[in-house]
Write a protein that binds this ligand. Structure first.
Ligand code: GTP
Ligand code: MG
Length: 318
């Protein structure tokens, strides 16, 4: 069995390295399901390639996919090869969003310089799953110049995406409640840039003013970066070129201040934490007796955790 896997992995890697997108698709499926062949491939190609990774987050229906679609066009105009990950795209508000994403981004399907993938994976605590970051690493190793990662900003996922991406774009709309959402502790701070999308609707100017005042009060960013605000109409593409320039400016800022490496370290830290969390959850599910002993006060939670994940636990994790 193991031998069959090895040769499968070798064949897949050969095609992957040649730039075969079907091999990429297969690899993503294997990685997402945690299959050993996927893990083996990822281990070998990891660290190849260097993409500008842009996280795009915001409340459901803010226009993240429509804006991503426009940003892809802009990136292509500049000759970049683009990978897109839409993580957990189904939203309770817009419903059927995976289909919506497909339709919105359909025009790129004939373009060999664009690869779009939806992932229906969510982490244990509602944040970004480790599998999504593994998929991102695969896309990067495949050699894309730019990777957009769209996540719905509900709960933990917008904070997670900021740990994983180099540049985080928060998409807001003039719609009631959106500004309140943005002002929630933690969300303002994660955005490197803001897009006030649906600027064709009333209330856009006011939202920009509110954001500006809030930003003046927020703590300074590394290297003195001040998050810019871009009005956009994703439906028509208005403002998207300026927004793209903003993404580029942030990337240059990261380079000039030596901050890119810090972002990569943070992504790796996030991945290790995700693995610990996932293993912990899996092991704890199968440890009813031990958990009961903790409940009775016979074993401390720390002792239990050590028994489940300590040195002897490694072989039992397989
Ligand atoms: N008026 C207006 N409508 C827009 C604009 N951008 C997007 N929309 C519409 O807003 C709706 C949601 O757009 P999406 O791009 O699917 O939004 P999303 O943020 O990706 O949504 P989820 O992935 O479901 O969270 C669609 O009906 C779009 O046509 C805009 O600039 N102006
Ligand atoms: Mg979407």
């Amino acid at each position: 069995m193991a031998e069959a896997w090895t040769s499968q992995a070798e064949e897949l890697e050969r095609r992957f390295q040649k730039g075969d997108t079907r091999a990429l698709a297969r690899a993503l499926t294997l990685v997402e399901s945690g299959h050993p062949v996927g893990q083996a491939l990822l281990k070998r190609v990891r660290g190849q390639g260097r993409a500008k990774v842009v996280g795009i987050t915001g409340s459901p229906g803010a226009g993240k996919s429509a804006l991503t679609d426009r940003l892809i066009l802009e990136a292509r105009r500049r000759g970049e090869r683009v990978g897109v990950l839409a993580v957990d795209p189904s939203s309770p508000f817009t419903g059927g969003a995976i289909l919506g994403d497909r339709i919105r981004m359909m025009r790129h399907h004939q373009d060999p310089g664009v690869y779009i993938r939806s992932l229906a994976s969510r982490g244990a605590l509602g944040g970004l799953a480790g599998a999504a970051v593994a998929a991102l690493n695969l896309l990067e190793a495949f050699g894309f110049d730019r990777i957009f990662v769209e996540t719905v900003g509900v709960g933990q996922s917008e904070v997670d995406i900021a740990r994983v991406a180099d540049t985080t774009l928060l998409v807001l709309t003039p719609a009631a409640g959106d500004a309140v959402q943005a002002f929630k502790a933690g969300v303002m701070e994660i955005a490197d840039l803001f897009a006030v999308n649906k600027f064709d609707l009333p209330g856009g100017e006011r939202l920009i003013q509110e954001l500006k005042s809030a930003l003046e009060l927020s703590p300074p960013r590394p290297g003195g970066w001040r998050p810019p605000i871009f009005p956009t109409v994703a439906a028509t593409g208005e403002g998207v070129e300026a927004l793209f320039e903003g993404l580029e400016a942030h990337h240059r800022h990261l380079l000039e201040h030596g901050l890119l490496e810090a972002h990569r370290l943070e992504r790796a830290r996030f991945e290790v934490e995700s693995v610990i969390q996932e293993w912990g959850r899996r092991k704890t599910q199968g440890a009813g007796e031990l958990v009961a002993a903790v409940a009775r006060g016979e074993v401390s939670p720390e002792e239990a955790a050590l028994r489940l994940l300590g040195p002897e636990a490694e072989e039992r994790l397989a």
